[in-house]
Design a protein around this ligand. Structure first.
Ligand code: FAD
Length: 426
């Protein structure tokens, strides 16, 4: 954790005009930091308020960050992202974020799973947004709401101006782009800045869905709200095909498919597999191989012939699903163990070894808690967030090609990269 006087320190270099586009997690921190260093900062936000996505984060409670030492936080990200984030997370880590909020009166607590939230109150995300807004305004940032950037003007190596919807040209010495990803466009994030950067020759990876619910080709709307727990969601190349990826955690049936922790975490891999060929989903409930489970079932068939298959299934599946699941497996809902043929036994085993969810439908970018894709990390200097080859242009937050798992990691990445973007000017 670095030690820095957050608002009072002054840069020895003359104040610069800094324009920050995007008043979310990354943009607010970048603006606060740059203003704290004595620069003349303007923060442009398309919405009529700052931090709209923070407001809806964590179901309105805002999972601000994740507890633990920095190396542990970094391990949650894919290796290339972790390497890129290391300087930022060391410079402005979870403890610094929480200390900043504490000084603004936001008391936080870490849950057993490491997720850090404000102390439990309805709408606690609003406290977080208000705290960051207070910091920004007290630092002297000129906040302009309802100010949507509509174009970037300039060419490598210098950006000249941001053009606002309505035509106004805003010139500055330094520009920080913090316009977020492309999911939940109604919160203001439409992802258009990535296309403009690409047109200026900045290397980008197109937006791609992540942390989103997964639609199923054959959804089970009647099962909406029912969860499968204690197992792992498996992605295979077709039914019974090669295992491509898996994620341990619960899933929840929705009207259109599945959601829940394991579905969100696997959604990116599912969409990639779906686009490149065959994708099939199953949920492995029993944490054991087929042979021991079959032996157990044969024992039961011998020892307790009147036992209903449904009763055995209840050990694994929610009761409400047992009858319909048996029917889907081609067995009558009142199937007894004593007249269960071999094929029936195999079908019963398949339900708990990999409950067949079937083919996924297209995963929706707009419904993701984060957007994969963004400005390619190799195009960005990880200690300053400066775009390589550009003299005065920085990017931070979800606009970067960073997508952490659920758990407070994405906001932390936005805070840390925003902090770096707001300081260390030459
Ligand atoms: C439903 C949901 C729940 C989430 N929950 C959590 C959670 O609990 N914990 C967690 O860590 N992460 C969570 N996330 C992810 C997290 O909110 C984002 O990763 C994070 O907000 C990214 O910060 P950012 O500043 O880069 O972008 P944002 O916070 O999205 O901010 C970007 C801002 O830029 C503005 N903008 C965009 N384009 C323009 C433009 N052209 N001109 C001017 N302004 C523009 C937008 O209006 C927006 O306010 C959640 C996301 C969603 C959608």
């Amino acid at each position: 954790m670095s030690s820095h006087p957050p608002e009072a320190s002054r840069n020895p270099i003359p104040p610069l005009r800094v324009a920050v586009a995007g008043g979310g997690a990354a943009g607010m921190i970048a603006a606060w930091r740059a203003a704290g260093l004595g620069h003349a900062v303007t923060l442009l936000e398309a919405n009529e308020r700052l931090g709209t996505k923070i407001l809806i984060s964590g179901g309105g409670k805002c999972n601000i960050t994740h507890a633990g030492p920095v190396p542990e936080l970094l391990r949650a990200f894919p290796p290339a992202q972790a390497r890129f984030l290391r300087p930022g997370l060391h410079e402005f880590d979870n403890a610094e974020v929480l200390e900043l909020l504490r000084r603004e009166g936001v008391v936080t607590q870490a849950r057993d799973n490491g997720r850090v939230f404000p102390l439990d109150r309805p709408g606690s995300a609003a406290l977080v947004t208000a705290a960051f807004e207070a910091l920004v305004r007290r630092a002297g940032v000129a906040v302009r709401l309802g100010a949507r950037v509509a174009a970037l003007q300039g060419a490598r190596p210098r950006l000249e101006a941001l053009v606002l919807a309505g035509g106004e040209r805003l010139e500055a010495d330094r520009f920080i782009l913090a316009t977020g990803g492309a999911s939940y466009p109604r919160t203001g994030t439409r992802g258009e800045v990535l296309g403009w950067l690409a047109a200026l020759g900045v290397p980008v990876t197109p937006w791609f869905p992540a942390l989103a619910p997964i639609p199923l080709r054959r959804p089970r709307p009647a099962w909406e709200g029912v969860a499968l727990r204690g197992g792992a969601l498996q992605l295979r190349a077709g039914p019974g095909g090669k295992l491509l990826a898996a994620h341990t955690g619960d899933i929840l049936f929705t009207r259109a498919g599945i959601s829940g922790p394991a579905a969100l975490e696997l959604s990116r891999a599912v969409e990639a597999a779906r686009r490149s060929g065959e994708a099939w989903l199953g949920y492995a409930i029993a944490n054991q191989g087929e042979a021991p489970l079959e032996a157990e079932l044969l024992d039961l068939q011998g020892g307790n012939p009147h036992l209903a298959a449904r009763t055995w299934l209840q050990r694994w599946l929610p009761e409400r699903l047992c009858g319909p699941a048996l029917e889907e497996a081609g067995l009558p809902a009142d199937q007894r163990m004593n007249d269960l043929p071999r094929a029936g036994r195999k079908a019963l085993l398949a339900l708990v070894l990999a409950f067949p969810l079937g083919e996924p439908g297209p995963v929706d970018l707009e419904r993701g808690e984060v957007s994969a894709g963004g400005v390619r990390l190799e195009a960005v200097e990880p200690r300053t967030m400066a775009l390589k080859g550009w003299d005065n242009l920085r990017v931070c937050g979800e606009l970067l090609d960073i997508d952490g798992p659920v758990g407070g990691y994405n906001l932390q990445a936005a805070f840390s990269t925003g902090y770096l973007a707001g300081c260390q000017y030459d």
